[in-house]
Design a protein around this ligand. Structure first.
Ligand SMILES: Nc1ncnc2c1ncn2[C@@H]1O[C@H](COP(=O)(O)OP(=O)(O)OP(=O)(O)O)[C@@H](O)[C@H]1O
Ligand SMILES: Cc1cn([C@H]2C[C@H](O)[C@@H](COP(=O)(O)O)O2)c(=O)[nH]c1=O
Length: 219
């Protein structure tokens, strides 16, 4: 079972991933929590290059290739082996982040992006993607107030309008792929959100079945 969490900045992905992993472990599942960009030693090295802004001046194609290189390493070195051992893998961001950040708001040509994605994921698709939905302004405020949070990274620094466009793009991805994606309203308390996510994921991990269609926002 490969589950990805997606959404804009500060929508609560890490918080909800932590909660879901705890519950699944208590229920006896072997759970691997990982993230992108990063998740393997090679990909973590690339994460630093991208998020520091060091690659920004070389353009969106360069950044997209770096994300794809990191993703391929992460998939082959960490995610696929864990799935082969029967673990539930929960990943904080994956291919939809590239579609939204590099594709929609980065204006990268769709053919170029899809070619990169094909190479990066090498056939590995998430079984279920939870898209946490929150007005961009609220997400950014949450991200800023995060305890221990440092300076905003290369993407967090962008203007509010860009973040709102990303929110819309995630909702469009969900509408286009209802068998995989579920939108969860993140403008609520942590407990309520966690309960909705569990109601989506628990049946899948118990039965190892596919996600039932439905694009409606949960909550
Ligand atoms: N439902 C919630 N209501 C209010 N605050 C929340 C909620 N969920 C998480 N937070 C807080 O918002 C901040 C951002 O949450 P979190 O780090 O989980 O988001 P994220 O989506 O992983 O962020 P990023 O995209 O920057 O990695 C944290 O300080 C967290 O404690
Ligand atoms: C995987 C991926 C990520 N990004 C962006 C999205 C975020 O702004 C950062 C990651 O930071 P986080 O605090 O770990 O969420 O990177 C992207 O632009 N493209 C991608 O494929």
């Amino acid at each position: 079972m490969f589950i990805t969490f997606e959404g804009g900045e500060g929508v609560g992905k890490s918080t909800q991933i932590g909660r879901l992993a705890d519950v699944l472990r208590r229920r006896g599942h072997d759970v691997l929590v990982t993230r992108e960009p990063g998740g393997s030693p090679g990909a973590e090295a690339v994460r630093h290059v991208i998020l520091s802004g060091a690659a920004e001046e070389f353009g969106v194609r360069m950044e997209a290739i770096l994300f794809a290189a990191a993703r391929n390493d992460h998939v082959e070195e960490v995610i696929r082996p864990a799935l082969a051992k029967g673990a539930v893998v929960i990943c904080d961001r994956f291919m939809d982040s590239s579609r939204v950040y590099q594709g929609v708001t980065g204006n990268l040509e769709p053919e170029f992006l899809e070619t990169l994605q094909r190479v990066a994921i090498n056939g590995l698709q998430p079984d279920c993607t939870i898209i946490l939905d929150l007005p961009a302004e609220k997400g950014l405020a949450r991200a800023r107030s995060r305890s221990g949070g440092g300076a905003p990274d290369r993407f967090e620094r962008e203007e509010l309008q860009t973040h709102e466009k990303r929110r819309e793009a995630y909702l469009e991805i969900a509408a286009a792929d209802p068998a995989r994606c579920r939108v969860v309203d993140s403008d609520r308390g942590e407990e309520e959100i966690a309960a909705d996510i569990l109601s989506i994921v628990a049946p899948l991990t118990e039965e190892e079945s596919t996600v039932s269609p439905g694009v409606e926002t949960v909550g």
